[in-house]
Design a protein around this ligand. Structure first.
Ligand code: BES
Ligand code: ZN
Ligand code: ZN
Length: 497
C-alpha cells in the first residue's frame, strides 16, 4: 500500500472515497460540509438538518456522489468537540474509518487531512497519526489462512497543503516495524522458535545495516549464563542470545543504550506447568523481543544519532526431561545464585543474564521489555505499561517518551523495602516472592542485574496483545512499546545534534 500526497481541492481528486473529519457543534456553513453541499446541488443539507452529520465521536455517514464530483463516495467521520480532540481520538476514528472503506472493497482512498486538524493538533501531526492508523489499523495476520482476504487498500492520498513528506516517511518506518513485531508475536509457536526468531533478526539486521551476533548455548555456557540456560534446558530447541548493534553515533562509542527483550517463544510454565487457558496465548511471550527487533529497525531507518544494542534472550520454557526443577539453584553471569522456586517465573531468569551481558558490553543505559507478570494487569489494567527503574530521571524520560506517542506508562515502586520478599535460604535470591506485589518483585529481581547502570523495566504483559480491535491495534499482538522505544532514542539523540 502506498501513501501519497496531493495538494488542491479534495472534491477534484479522483478516488473511491474521500474521508472527511467532522467536529461536533460546528456551523454547517463554516467548513467542508458546505463545500460538499454546494458541489452536490444542496442535497447534503437535509441530512444535516435530520441530525446525521453532527460530528459526534464514533458516528459516521457514508454518501454516494453519483458522478457529480471526482470522489465516488464521501465518508464523514465524527471527531467530537474541536477543543477536546486528542491524538488518540484521531487515530481511533481514522482506523475505524479506513477499515470500513476496506470492508466495502474500496482500494483508493483520499483523505481531506485539514478537516482532521485543529488548534490542538496541526495538519503535519495529523499526517503522522493517519500514517500509523492506516498501516497499523489495516494490519491482518493471515500467514496460515489458505484463503487470504481479497479486499485491500492500495493507495491512500493525503490531501493537504502542508509539507509532511519527511514526517510520513519516518512514521511509515515506525508503523512497518510495529507490523513486523506483530507478525513475530502472532506467529504460531511452532513457526517462531528461538532459531527462527534469530534467523529473522539476522535477515532484518542485514537489510538495515545493523550488526548481528548470535550467542549459542556453548558461548553462553562459556560466559557463565547459567540462569538463562537453566530455563532453556527443558526444551529440545536450543536457546539463542540475539545481539543487534546499531551504531548511529560513531563519535561517542562509549555512549550506548541497550534495549533488552524477553524472547520466550513459548512459555508452557516449565515443570510449574500453566493451566491450558493460561498457556494458549504464550506464543506471545517473545513480544518484548519482537518489539526490540522492530525498534532497532525503525531507529536505523530514522538514522538516529545514537548507539543502540538490541539484546533478545530467546528460548522456549518447556517441561522436557532435562527441565530445571523447582528447588534448583542456578548461577547468573555476574555470579548471583538464584533458587528457582517456580519455573514459570522464567522471564526474570533469562533477562538476568541478558542484563549481565549488556553490562559486560559496557552500555550506559538499559531498558528491558518483557511480558513479565500477570500481576501487572491486575495493577494497571490492559491499556497501561508498568514502568520500574533505578534512576528517577531516566524513568521519567522513558515515561515521557511513551506519552509523546500515545503509549501510556505508569511507574510502580521498585525499592529496597521489597527485597526481603525474595531472599532465599539456599541461594542469594529466589525467583519469586509471595503473592503480593508480583510485578514489583519481578522487576526488582531483574533490577539486581542492572547493578549501577541506569535501568528501566517495562512490563508489557497486559498490553502486548488485545482480544478485540482497539483503535489502530487490531485483535492480536500490538507491537507495543516500539513507539516508546523509538521516541526515547529520538529524544536522547536530539541532545547530540
Ligand atoms: N509469561 C508470563 C507472564 C504473562 C502472563 C504474560 C499473562 C502475558 C500474559 C510469565 O512468565 C509468568 O508466568 N509469570 C508468572 C510469575 C509468577 C510465577 C511469579 C505469573 O505472572 O503468574
Ligand atoms: Zn512464565
Ligand atoms: Zn513468560
Amino acid at each position: 500500500m502506498d501513501i501519497n500526497f496531493q495538494k488542491g481541492t479534495p472534491l477534484e481528486i479522483v478516488g473511491d472515497c474521500l474521508l472527511v473529519g467532522l467536529f461536533e457543534e460546528e456551523e454547517f456553513s463554516s467548513g467542508e460540509l458546505n463545500r460538499v453541499n454546494l458541489a452536490l446541488d444542496g442535497s447534503l443539507r437535509p441530512l444535516f438538518d435530520e441530525g446525521e452529520l453532527v460530528g459526534k465521536s464514533g458516528t459516521s455517514t457514508l454518501i454516494h456522489t453519483l458522478g457529480k464530483i471526482a470522489p465516488k463516495r464521501i465518508l464523514f467521520t465524527g471527531l467530537g468537540k474541536r477543543d477536546s480532540v486528542t491524538e488518540k481520538v484521531i487515530k481511533d476514528v481514522f482506523s475505524t474509518a479506513i477499515r470500513k472503506t476496506r470492508g466495502i472493497g474500496l482500494t483508493r482512498v483520499v483523505v481531506a487531512v485539514d478537516t482532521f486538524s485543529s488548534e490542538n493538533i496541526a495538519s503535519k501531526r495529523v499526517c503522522e497519526l493517519i500514517t500509523l492508523a492506516t498501516i497499523n489499523g489495516l494490519y491482518r495476520y493471515e500467514d496460515h489462512i489458505s484463503e487470504k482476504s481479497e479486499k485491500n487498500i492500495h493507495e491512500v492520498i493525503l490531501n493537504t497543503d502542508t509539507s509532511a513528506e519527511p514526517n510520513v516517511t519516518s512514521y511509515i518506518a515506525i508503523a512497518d516495524a510495529i507490523n513486523l513485531a506483530r507478525d513475530l508475536a502472532n506467529a504460531p509457536p511452532n513457526f517462531m522458535t528461538p532459531r527462527i526468531l534469530s534467523n529473522i533478526a539476522e535477515k532484518e539486521a542485514k537489510a538495515n545495516s545493523i550488526g548481528f551476533e548470535r550467542l549459542d548455548e556453548d558461548k553462553m555456557r562459556e560466559l557463565g549464563m547459567g540462569s538463562l540456560l537453566g530455563v532453556a534446558q527443558g526444551s529440545s530447541e536450543p536457546a539463542h542470545l540475539i545481539v543487534l548493534k546499531y551504531i548511529g553515533d560513531k563519535d561517542n562509542p562509549d555512549d550506548s543504550i541497550a534495549l533488552i527483550g524477553k524472547g520466550i517463544t513459548f512459555d508452557s510454565g516449565g515443570l510449574s506447568l500453566k493451566p491450558p487457558a493460561g498457556m494458549i496465548t504464550m506464543k506471545g511471550d517473545m513480544a518484548g523481543g519482537a518489539a526490540v527487533i522492530g525498534a532497532l529497525i525503525a531507529i536505523s531507518k530514522l538514522a538516529l544519532k545514537i548507539n543502540v544494542y538490541g539484546i533478545i534472550a530467546a528460548t522456549e520454557n518447556m517441561p522436557g526431561g532435562k527441565a530445571q526443577r523447582p528447588g534448583d539453584v542456578v548461577t547468573a553471569m555476574n555470579g548471583t545464585t538464584v533458587e528457582v522456586i517456580n519455573t514459570d517465573a522464567e522471564g526474570r531468569l533469562v533477562l538476568a543474564d541478558a542484563l549481565c551481558y549488556a553490562n559486560h558490553l559496557g552500555v550506559s543505559k538499559i531498558v528491558d521489555v518483557a511480558t513479565l507478570t500477570g500481576a501487572i494487569r491486575t495493577a494497571l489494567g490492559d491499556q497501561i505499561i508498568g514502568a520500574f527503574g533505578n534512576d528517577d530521571e531516566f524513568t521519567k524520560e522513558v515515561i515521557e517518551a511513551g506519552a509523546r506517542e500515545g503509549e501510556r506508562l505508569w511507574e510502580l515502586p521498585a525499592d529496597e523495602s521489597f527485597s526481603k520478599h525474595f531472599k532465599s535460604d539456599v541461594a542469594d535470591i529466589k525467583n519469586v516472592g509471595g503473592a503480593a506485589g508480583g510485578a514489583t518483585i519481578g522487576a526488582m529481581i531483574i533490577g539486581m542485574f542492572a547493578e549501577d547502570t541506569p535501568w528501566v523495566h517495562l512490563d508489557i504483559a497486559a498490553v502486548s496483545r488485545t482480544n478485540a480491535n482497539n483503535g489502530d491495534d487490531p485483535k492480536g499482538a500490538t507491537g507495543s512499546p516500539i513507539k516508546t522505544l523509538v521516541s526515547l532514542c529520538k529524544f536522547i539523540s536530539a541532545y547530540r545534534y
